[in-house]
Write a protein that binds this ligand. Structure first.
Ligand code: CFM
Length: 458
């Protein structure tokens, strides 16, 4: 148990060490549970997972938050899910619920907002409404408003029941996002010509990752019909039921829709990792196997490896033997254990904000004995791990960045990337470069010596 948790023993079940008595054969860790009151969790809410993660990247709709301005403000622009237009990230729409609306109801205001926004931005192909806690608590019927609004503006208006309190973390919002898009949009339109390709499911084009992913599938000879939801248009979502295979990248946030499509349309799905050399090669082989394109895949992998490997080698030599603490939302933690080994580094601590059992099973399988595994860590725990285990690199997100800086620990942003894109073979060069730059920077030693001068506080 970490020292900081003595006052909050409930945390014990959420921390494990591989190979310890508690974790001898399988990963015994509590996860996907409500956060203990008083524990300073870093989790997001259901609205965050639906608005920010799954719905938000759709590029040609008005994303309208039904709730107080604050909810909308905190969904604005923090996640670089890029597209070939800026519309979805440039503007922010909110019904701006105020005290009087809480008392008298917010439905009328919501309807007016949708109509006004649609009139102001005629280029938008539809409206996505995200519900928040306040209108859900007073009983606004947003679904009915969406129906009325759709008739008025003549475009799809999709209501997401993603009020923040619904789940224990943002993970529930992913589920709501998947289910809503599946029931309201998928299958509503047919592609112009027959499709012999895939959907990339759970790929959000963070900092332009698709730039390094799409050419790989193109060269392999596999058409990508729809990306769910990075750079996706509403039309593409409607047509995605015609793909032959769903290739799932983020297993946590999007296996739901792959499952629903398997059941409704008989489309099989595979899980892949598109970060790191070995993982990307494996992903291409798995996809190629389905389409009997094995030879093409081998040719492509060989060509890319020849380009990438010598460019990564100098970084690998410099990073050999360094240690890492990975803390990500969930899947990136297990996606990257192997990737770190490719760079000669070993994971000594690993944590997720909202991982489920399957995430922790994957983590447990991959990490070495003695690795510290933490579910839903709070800031004090993170600080203690950084101070006690002294990892050479902390790879985490914006919320932890300044803590790492203050403690003088090398840091790379794994959520929004330092430079990026990081995906695919060629993204790995940038990833390695950013990690190398962070780990070998002399600044951390200086920070550490200033933060802790011999014999007392500074
Ligand atoms: Fe999937 Fe994501 Fe992630 Fe995620 Fe996220 Fe993200 Fe993440 Mo930040 S969809 S679960 S809710 S891979 S925003 S692009 S980096 S926590 S590990």
């Amino acid at each position: 148990m970490l020292k900081c948790d003595q006052v909050i023993p409930e945390r014990f079940r959420h921390i494990a060490v591989k190979g310890s008595e508690k974790c001898a054969k399988k990963c015994e860790i509590a996860c996907n549970e409500p956060t203990t009151p008083g524990d300073m969790t870093e989790r997001g809410c259901t609205y965050a997972g639906c608005r920010g993660v799954v719905g938000g990247p759709v590029k040609d709709v008005i994303h309208l938050t039904h709730g107080p301005t604050g909810c909308a403000f905190y969904s604005w622009g923090y996640r670089p899910h890029l597209a070939d237009t800026d519309f979805h990230r440039e503007y922010i729409f909110v019904s701006d619920l105020e005290e009087k609306d809480i008392i008298f109801g917010g439905e009328k205001k919501l309807l007016e907002c949708i109509v006004e926004a649609a009139k102001e931005f005629p280029e938008a192909k539809g409206v996505f409404i995200y519900n928040t806690c306040a209108p859900a608590l007073i009983g606004d019927d947003g679904r009915d408003v969406a129906k009325q609004a759709s008739e008025l503006i003549g475009k799809p208006v999709v209501f997401f029941p993603c009020e923040g309190f619904r789940g224990v973390s943002q993970s529930q919002g992913h589920h709501v996002g998947n289910l809503t898009i599946f029931t309201e949009l998928v299958g509503r339109e047919e592609p112009e010509k027959p499709v012999y390709g895939i959907n990339l499911v759970g790929e959000y084009n963070i900092k332009g990752d698709l730039r390094y992913i799409l050419p790989l599938f193109k060269e392999l000879g596999v058409e990508v019909l729809t990306t769910f939801t990075g750079n996706a248009s509403i039309e593409e979502l409607k047509r995605m039921h015609r793909a032959k295979l769903n290739v799932v990248h983020c297993a946590r946030s999007a296996t739901y829709i792959a499952e629903m499509m398997k059941e409704a349309y008989g489309i099989p799905y595979i899980h892949v990792t598109l970060w790191g050399l070995e993982n990307t090669a494996k992903a291409l082989r798995k996809t190629a196997e389905f389409f009997s394109l094995e030879k093409e895949a081998e040719r492509l992998i060989e060509k890319e490896m020849q380009y990438v490997e010598p460019r990564i080698e100098p970084y690998r030599r410099a990073l050999e033997g360094k240690t890492v603490f990975i803390y990500q939302g969930a899947p990136r933690a297990w996606h990257w254990v192997q990737l770190m080994r490719e760079l000669g580094m070993e994971v000594i601590a690993i944590a997720t904000t909202f991982g489920h059992r399957d995430d922790y099973e994957r983590i447990f399988k991959q990490v070495k004995e003695g690795t510290l595994i933490i579910d839903n860590p709070n800031a004090l725990e993170i600080e203690e791990v950084l101070e006690e285990l002294e990892p050479d690199l902390f790879i985490s997100g914006n919320k932890e960045k300044y803590l790492a800086y203050k403690l003088g620990r090398a840091f790379v942003n794994g959520h929004t990337y330092d430079s990026g894109p990081y995906a695919g073979f060629r993204g790995m060069i940038r990833f390695a470069k950013d990690i190398h730059r962070a780990v070998t920077s002399p600044v951390w030693k200086l920070v550490r010596s200033r933060a802790k001068p011999a014999g007392g506080a500074s």
